[in-house]
Design a protein around this ligand. Structure first.
Ligand SMILES: O=C(O)CCC(=O)C(=O)O
Length: 326
């Protein structure tokens, strides 16, 4: 059964759904929790004599301060998943009550239901991103997708091989700040999802990057600009990237994902659990503590190893190269 949202998403590869969320109720609590993490990092890493003064600064100034302290893997403290490589027993990640509330938010799930149907699981491919103005970033972070630009890619390409083949997944991209061309919105090409999964290469620091992506530079781009409260949906084969933040302000977002229940998550053994089902018995993870314990159990299993791997989709022939399809 198709409905108009699903039809538009499958047809164009993207969809901006306006005014879904309320800033104070749904989004601000996450910014508050990010600020709590910033404060903890200040307490831990700032020079003793500066702590009091820095704690009194506003969010962005505090974040800028800690970003200059050379804290190892700083982005990871604000990212809502385990680090990809080298999981340690004390690896940190951003799993808060506010984020649990967002993942299970009724208004988001009502939108997702229109795309995936009534049996929905939260998919562990998820990120929260704090992007400072690019001019303030250390050179090494400019092409790091959590703090800087992301390369052209399809989201299905960050799943394992079973997930690439079998998983119906939708991306729900959520801005916490108005997102524009200037501060680094995502860009896509209309209907390009229709090509299916394409060949990718390993890009900067192993980030998954579409092969021959330079061919997209001259195509007509859609700028996925959004206001606070809007959500952007991406089809798993939508090809997209994000621009540099050339503004003087921060750009903060979360990208959550959901898949049709019963399919592989594509990132086993990370948490993949029902968030909506007609059969209430399926809804086993009911609160923040249970959700956190799923992540902790996954961490326990992966200590000393990688949390997830995505074998690049590289088909045997070059039929799935973008260059052969446009
Ligand atoms: O938020 C961004 O900068 C990039 C997000 C993205 O590429 C994704 O969610 O797949």
């Amino acid at each position: 059964m198709t409905n108009s949202l699903q039809k538009k998403l499958y047809e164009n590869g993207y969809l901006i759904v306006k005014k879904v969320l309320n800033f104070n109720r749904d989004l601000k609590p996450i910014l508050n929790d990010m600020e709590f993490v910033i404060d903890c990092l200040i307490q831990k890493y700032a020079k003793k004599r500066e702590i009091k003064k820095v704690l009194n600064l506003e969010f962005k100034k505090k974040y800028s301060y800690i970003s200059k302290l050379n804290i190892y893997d700083l982005d990871q403290y604000f990212n809502t998943r385990l680090p990809r490589d080298h999981v340690k027993r004390d690896s940190d990640y951003f799993a808060t009550q506010s984020l649990w509330n967002l993942i299970t938010n009724k208004k988001i799930l009502d939108v997702v239901e229109k795309i995936l149907g009534k049996e929905i699981m939260s998919n562990p491919v998820q990120n929260t991103r704090i992007k400072q103005p690019e001019k303030k970033l250390p050179k090494g972070s400019i092409h790091d997708g959590l703090s800087g630009r992301t390369p052209w890619h399809q989201d299905a390409a960050v799943l394992n091989t079973r997930g690439q083949k079998l998983t119906d997944m939708v991306t729900v991209w959520i801005p916490f700040t108005k997102t524009t061309k200037k501060n680094g919105c995502m860009i896509t090409v209309k209907k390009i999802n229709k090509m299916g999964l394409l060949n990718h290469i390993s890009g900067y620091r192993g980030q998954v990057e579409l092969k021959n992506s330079e061919l997209l530079d001259d195509m007509k781009h859609i700028y996925l600009e959004a206001n606070i409260g809007d959500v952007i949906l991406l089809h798993k084969h939508s090809i997209h990237y994000s621009l540099p933040n050339r503004s003087n302000d921060f750009r903060i977002s979360a990208d959550l994902r959901y898949n049709v229940a019963g399919q592989p998550s594509g990132r086993e053994p990370l948490p993949n659990f029902y968030v909506r089902s007609k059969n209430k018995k399926n809804l086993k993870i009911k609160n923040f503590k249970q959700w956190l314990s799923l992540w902790e159990k996954a961490k326990e299993k992966r200590v000393g190893k990688y949390a997830f791997k995505y074998p690049l989709p590289t088909f045997k022939t070059n039929k799935k190269d973008l260059s052969k399809l446009i």
